[in-house]
Write a protein that binds this ligand. Structure first.
Ligand code: KG4
Ligand code: ZN
Length: 331
């Protein structure tokens, strides 16, 4: 029988300090998340300096809690896997520095993890049968990518956003119409009460699968500016339905190009119920199997990082103590 592998995931790229222990890449033994949302809410978005300070204060306690909950000790861990990018540089540095110190102190290997690979890996935890190859639509606060997952650590970006990330557009629209940060879940809720009866611009590129959300974001802001009494629920429903249409159009094209019948959604915005439903319906129509992470694994957490760390560990993708935070790390 092969030995079980335990990875310790450490996530601090934005406003969640999270540490998790995952067994064999798929089984979560603990996933402690210390969220700073309530602190940043009052500023309408994440304040990087405040985020870094809070990570410093929380990381040690969160790590101890994660080990206690998993009922294991430092000596049982096979690899320490911090997110090293992309994200806020000061926030990332806290997790990376902590992981390096831990790796040195307990003589365990260090495996730096790309945050986007982590979001994708959230699907491996929720969907035990999911294996590459598949197509993944990563939709989060900082990223919008269509990625061909050829193997666990072999990824090819097929499309990206040319301007705003989808989550940024959700949060900006929400802020303008008076909803609290983070706006995505609030729009999701309000849209349920509205009708998609307001026409908004769809942006497509003739010769590319890339996305663009700045046009629709500006259109919503202008509409609200010109008519502050506009029905907010209808505006949210129209914004969501137009965004969904853009996501579906490009995803269907990519599925055809690759001739793939499996797609996974990932990232904070994949918690959106309307997006999940629309993809489920498309899957039934097109004979494509759709995978999503559990709702609690869509937004930032360390279990997804520990899972991605496991597959990099198996591949021998080790880091050393020169590992640094890379705020604009690419796939
Ligand atoms: O993946 P994530 O936690 O952070 C990044 O890596 O960027 O994503 C956070 C984003 C925020 O923009 C938030 O508004 C959005 O995910 N979000 C949602 C929903 N839940 C979170 N957007 C739309 N509908 C939701 N239900
Ligand atoms: Zn994220």
């Amino acid at each position: 029988m092969e030995k079980d592998i335990y990875t310790l995931g450490i996530e601090s790229s934005c406003d969640e300090t999270s540490v998790s222990v995952v067994k064999n890449g798929r089984e979560v033994l603990s996933n402690v998340i210390h969220s700073q949302i309530d602190i940043h809410k009052q500023f309408g978005g994440v304040v990087p300096e405040i985020a870094s300070r809070n990570h410093v204060e929380a990381i040690s306690t969160v790590t101890k809690e994660a080990l206690k909950e998993a009922k294991i000790d430092f000596c049982d861990i096979d690899a320490i896997c911090p997110t090293y990018g992309p994200g806020l540089v000061g926030a990332l540095l806290v997790g990376v520095a902590y992981a390096k110190a831990l790796s040195y102190a307990i003589s365990k290997p260090l495996v730096g993890v790309n945050h986007i690979e982590g979001h994708i890996a959230a699907n491996y935890i929720t969907n035990l049968e999911l294996e590459p190859p598949f197509l993944c639509l990563v939709i989060s606060g900082g990223h919008t990518h269509l990625i061909h997952i050829k193997d666990y650590t072999e990824l090819e970006i097929l499309a990206r956003t040319r301007d705003d990330a989808i989550g940024e557009a959700f949060d900006k629209v929400a802020r303008v119409i008076g909803l609290e940060y983070p706006g995505g879940p609030k729009i999701d809720k309000l849209a349920k009460e509205g009708k998609p009866n307001i026409e908004l611009p769809h942006t497509y590129f003739e010769d590319s699968l890339d996305f663009s959300f700045s046009g629709i974001k500006t259109a919503v802001l202008n509409l609200h500016h010109k008519n502050p009494e506009i029905n907010k629920a209808d505006l949210c429903a129209s914004f969501e339905s137009t965004v969904i249409d853009m996501l579906l159009t490009n995803t269907k094209k990519a599925l055809k190009q690759l001739n793939i019948k499996k797609i996974a959604l990932a990232g904070g915005v994949s918690a959106n119920l309307h997006i999940r439903n629309a993809f489920f319906k498309m899957g039934e129509e097109e004979g494509v199997k759709i995978y999503y992470p559990d709702l609690k694994l869509c937004t930032d957490n360390a279990a997804m990082i520990a899972s991605a760390g496991y597959y990099n560990f198996l591949k021998g993708n080790f880091s050393d103590l020169s590992l640094n935070a890379i705020p604009n790390l690419k796939i």
